[in-house]
Design a protein around this ligand. Sequence first.
Ligand SMILES: Nc1nc2c(c(=O)[nH]1)N[C@H]1C(S)=C(S)[C@@H](COP(=O)(O)O)O[C@H]1N2
Ligand SMILES: [Mo]
Length: 504
Amino acid sequence: MKQRLTYAGFGILATLVGMAAGHLVASLIDPASSPVLAVGSTVIDLTPTPVKEWAVAQFGTADKPILVGSVMAGAAVLAAIGGILARRRFWLGASVLLLLVVVAAAAAVLRPGAGPLDAVPALATALTGVGALWWLTHAASAADREVESDAPGPSRRGVLIATGALAVAAAAMGGVGRLVTGLRADPSDVTLPKATDPAPAFPRGLEEKYPGIASFRTPTSDFYRIDTRLSLPTQGIEDYTLVIDGDVEEELTLTFQDLLDMDLIERDITLTCVSNDVGGPYVGGARWLGVRLTDLLDRAGVGGSADQILSTDVDGMTISTPLDVATDGRDAMIAVGMNGAALPREHGFPVRMVVPGLYGFVSACKWLTRMTLTTYDEQEAYWTERDWAIDAPIKISSRIDTPKSFEEIGSGKTFIGGVAWAQDRGIGKVEVQVDGGDWQTAELGPSAGVDYWRQWYLPWEAESGQHTLTVRAVSQEGEVQSPARAMPFPEGSSGYQQIIVRVG
Ligand SMILES: Nc1nc2c(c(=O)[nH]1)N[C@H]1C(S)=C(S)[C@@H](COP(=O)(O)O)O[C@H]1N2
Ligand SMILES: [Mo]
């Protein structure tokens, strides 16, 4: 039994060393081709929509580390079996490791936008992993022979040396891989020109006077991040191009500088993810800098048949946007800046799309490299293939930020506060209901335009006991937030947020 455990450990250690080697080689080629990440990404793409929604609801943005952890755990189980088998028949055990590598190589090569070169990290994993297993099993069997012959010798130490050296090697390769990724061109090296059409001065939000309410502008580092990626693209600006093709008079290929040379608009726009539950965190407000979408489309000259802009990212991931909505006069843009700086890699460096009023999955393509004017009949985007809606305007919604659900607060003078959004229409009113009583009109914070969320608060004389608080928003056009409960799939959640608080 002890022997088995030891060999299971050998299998796991060998696999770890192999993974670390693959990760290091991938950091030089393309981080996404790292065996663990490639398998993880394939799992994401193959996961049925309901399961994915469940994972997002259950784990939030921790879903990615959990997925990577699960892939590693699965690999560890197989690696342990491989290690045990390798004790008696080395190549049988090694073939289990090799099977894992073949799966990883296939995942890396079959990713959209990948090529044969993306199999190299898996190859490095195979060589290192099998080599490590060979070293460990040979050191151990040498030690076994010594025990049998009762001759004291250095081989037991040999096992320790092999184990220690391999563990250190795995950690070192992991560290170097991280360093290499960090060395790549940084968005903070990019200086952006000023907007030709700047946004008005940004008003001071309510958050200082009414603590607990989400800050009026979401700090970039706190901005929610939702995408299908496990590693960030390493796209730089020197070799960046944006292609506009499909049903256009003239196909365009623009460099990053070409985009900066055009007129730039600056707008305050609130993004929202379709996966945001009522009361959820996947919404944030930022100041975006970019080229007006219609300026670009006019340059290319859109033909008569297109009804969809199919955006493609650096890796071939696609996002669809309804052409008529994006060009109806709203401030849709191809953004290069966020909150006064270049886009961070997490949020689409160097270039992304932002369309006020549409959920991110049908508009906000990050790491954008191509816009194809086409039709929904002809081409389907990533989420369209997964049965999500194609026309997905953001639903009017409101959220209570303070007090928190199930919070215990002191009785007396206090306030209820939060945010509300109805992009492209603007918030007209926010109403709060305490214990099912009359809808009371909340005070609104300053406005940064119809595409931006609005903070709100309602002074409240809190009496001891348990209370139910409910919020709803009304747009400037008088459209009332829908009370009908809906799940995020397929076109966004609806219903009123209701929380319970205890007043002491
Ligand atoms: N290339 C790419 N762009 C993408 C996504 C993606 O998975 N890949 N996710 C979209 C979704 S679902 C949303 S809600 C927004 C989120 O943008 P953020 O991460 O900058 O907040 O990006 C959109 N753009
Ligand atoms: Mo999203």
